[in-house]
Every structure is written in C-alpha cells, then in structure tokens.
Design a protein around this ligand. Structure first.
Ligand code: ZN
Length: 434
C-alpha cells in the first residue's frame, strides 16, 4: 500500500496535486462509493476554498496582516467569500494552558515523567490538556478559552462534524491521569439519559477511552461486571459491602487501549498512568469510594440510584481494543462517534492536513516534536483548527504523538479501512458505532 503525500491525492486513478484536505487514500477501481462521494465533496469544497482564499488573501496582503495571513485568509474566505470588508478571524495552531488537578489519589509520577520543576507535588492526579475551559496562550486569541474560541470561530475551529450534536461547544476532553491509589468506582450516563433525567444540567452522556502509558506490574482496572447481574443484586452488593466480588478486575499493561462506553462500571486502580479521551461532560455517578474522606473530612457524595439506572448489567463484550494500522507507524487505537484516537510514531518530518470536518489535537507522549510550527515538549498538546489546512510535524529524533479528533466514522475510518482490506469484523473491534 502506497500512500500519497498529503499534498496530492487521486481520484479515479488520476493524480491531482495540491489538495491537502483530501482524504489520504489512493482511490482506484475498488474505492467504495462512500469514499468516492466524500472525495467529490472535498474536491468541490477545496476549489471553493481556494478561489475564496485567493480573494481574501489579496485583500489581507494589502492590509499587511501578519503572521497568520494564510490561515486568516482561509477562515475569512470561508465565512465571507469575495469581500474584504468583514471582520478578520484568526485560524492558527492553539497552545493551551493545561489545568493541573491535585487529588488525594495523585502522586509524583506524572510530574517526574514530564520533568516538572522541583519540588514535585506529591498529589498531582490529572492534567487536563485539551479542554474548553483551558486558556489559549498564543496569538490573537490569547487569553480567551478554547471554548470561547470555538464559539467565535464555529466550524473554522471545530469542523462540521460535531456541530449537529454539540453546536459550538468544544466536544472533547483529553487528559493525563496518574493513579497512585484507587479511584472511586463509577459510571457515566449515555446521551439519552443525560438529555432526559439530567436535561437541566445541559450535559451530554460520557463515553471515554484510555491509552495506558505506564502500568506497574500487576496493575488492574475495574471494567464492567464479571458476570451478568441485575439492578437488585447490584444494589444489594453495595448495601452489604461485597461489590468487589461482582466487579471485573482487568489486568493491564503499558500500551493497552480500553474503551469505556457510557454505562460501563469502571475504576482506575493504583499504579497506572494513562491518557484519556472523552466526551465533554461532567456527569459521573460514584457507586463506591472505599469510604475515603475528602480534604474537608467528609465522605465523598455517592449517586447510587442514578448509577443503578444507567449501569450495564451484562459483562462487556470486548475488553481491550486491538490497534489497527492505517499506515506504517500510524495506528488507530480506538474510534467511536464522539472521538478518534490515533498513535503516530515519527522518525522524520511528515505532512498532514486538517479535514474540514474536524480539528486535530496532538499530544506528545514520547520525545518532542514541532507541530505546525509550534514546538511541543513531552506531555504538551496543541489544537489545530479544522480550517488550518496543510501542516508539518517534525520530530526531534523520534517522537510518538497521539492525535485526537471528531471523526466522520464512515469517511475517515471505515471506508479507508475497508479499502485497505480489513474485514467488517476486524474493523468493528476498533471502530465502535456507539
Ligand atoms: Zn470515568
């Protein structure tokens, strides 16, 4: 399989150069109709963008707008074709100020791994890397939050895919979690429950996925129930104190991928450092917290009735998610309608392009790299708006990065994976429809 560079693509075996937004596949006789339709749509989009871009670029050049001229032109031209008397909206790589979260169950491992300055905190539990409330650090949008930028730029930042579901909300949360003690046993509702019972909160359901960055020998997660149960039995197990007999302890190793659809009872236990990608939602129902007390000396609130409403009482059908290769050194770790998570190992510079359907968020988990002109050290992230277009990633030596985005499952993943020869069954192990 030979992939074209992102600056070229093929349609009906004809090579077309210079269309960086196009799906990176060589489309031949065997291309699926889904891919064909997608590419046709993208060709139209691309040419429309290019024409309007030229108009805006001329206008902007005349106004000496720099340094984000090209990206600004794209954004302006999308929103206001053929006019130069419109507000200027900046589209450029967004560096965010991460949010450090200190909890009782945190520790020093995350700080040590990232090389944070001494003295190291001994209760660092989470780093929220990509989150709507994180302030932007660079460029014309500095000082605004990612969420404010998303509301301002709309499709220019978010892409078209998440808007029908989330409007202009930034739809994902990506974080590191370092568990030095067991986290509470919990469950999250799905959209249907969130939109009815929790409608007053404005939150959606919460599906999440974990990529294990480091697991101590013998480390486990709680992942679903170990045998079919029922609401009554589960409630009894909690009341009588034998819940731990009902839950499934899943041993994990470094590199494992776990998908946690809404309704799956779960907990991260001690000795695990992981990257988490999830739907942006704050609806968590704690079932059991090992009778621990918070900093205020009180037991943390539990939410048993709601948990009982949403728990899946059947054991999970699949435990770990097998990664699937999209290209050499590019693996899809897991995807669902709310997020896709890819791992890229780079030994040399590689060209990429954002899709009009989604932003790209990148996080360095090994080494360091420059992404779209911004240097990222280990553990740092960047958000590339959907209308940014072509960009480069240049590793320093070798680097491993995680890419998260809001996928169009058929066009971005299932179509290309079929074309690569993967069966429906194999694809379904990694690409989850819900
Ligand atoms: Zn959770």
């Amino acid at each position: 399989m030979c992939w074209p560079k992102s600056s070229e693509f093929y349609y009906d075996n004809k090579k077309i150069v210079g269309c960086g937004r196009i799906a990176k596949a060589t489309l031949g006789e065997s291309a699926t109709s889904v891919m064909r339709e997608n590419v046709k749509r993208e060709i139209v989009t691309h040419h429309a963008l290019r024409i309007t871009c030229l108009a805006s670029r001329a206008a902007l050049a005349a106004r000496h707008f720099h340094p984000y001229r090209r990206a600004v032109a794209r954004a302006a031209s999308n929103a206001f074709p053929f006019t130069r008397y419109r507000p200027i909206v900046a589209i450029y790589p967004l560096r965010l100020k991460p949010k450090l979260d200190h909890r009782l169950w945190g520790g020093q491992r995350l700080a040590r791994w990232l090389g944070l300055p001494e003295p190291l905190p001994d209760d660092l539990a989470e780093i929220w890397l990509v989150y709507a409330e994180n302030p932007i650090l660079n460029g014309p949008l500095a000082g605004k939050t990612l969420g404010e930028a998303a509301r301002e730029l709309g499709e220019g930042l978010l892409g078209s895919q998440s808007i029908p579901r989330y409007d202009r909300d930034f739809p994902q949360l990506a974080k590191f979690i370092d568990a030095n003690d067991r986290l509470s046993i919990q469950v999250h509702p799905d959209d249907a429950y969130a939109h009815t019972v929790e409608a007053h909160t404005g939150f959606h359901g919460k599906t999440e996925a974990w990529y294990i960055l480091h697991a101590e020998p013998g480390a486990t997660l709680i992942y679903g129930l170990k045998r079919p149960s029922s609401r009554e039995e589960f409630a009894r197990a909690v009341a009588e104190g034998w819940l731990e007999e009902l839950v499934h302890y899943l041993p994990v190793q470094t590199g494992d991928v776990i998908f946690v659809p809404a309704g799956t009872l779960h907990a991260i236990n001690e000795g695990i450092l992981l990257f988490e990608i999830q739907q942006k939602s704050d609806l968590t129902y704690r079932v059991y917290d090992y009778n621990r007390r918070g900093p205020d000396g009180k037991l943390r609130e539990l939410h048993l009735e709601k948990a009982l409403d949403v728990i899946r009482y059947e054991p999970p059908a699949q435990e770990k998610i097998p990664p699937i290769a999209l290209e050499p050194d590019r693996d899809l770790l897991v995807a669902c309608p709310y997020f896709a998570l890819e791992r890229h190992r780079l030994a040399q510079a590689r060209a990429y392009a954002t899709r009009p359907t989604s932003f790209d968020a990148w996080t360095v988990i090994e080494g360091a790299a420059t992404v779209a002109g911004e240097r990222l050290a280990l553990g740092q992230s960047i958000v590339l708006p959907a209308h940014l277009g072509d960009y480069l990633i240049e590793p320093e030596g070798t680097a491993t990065l995680l890419r998260t985005y809001y996928p169009d499952l058929d066009a971005d993943l299932i179509g290309p994976l079929h074309w690569l020869g993967y069966s429906d069954e194999r694809i379904a192990q990694t690409v989850k429809s819900a």
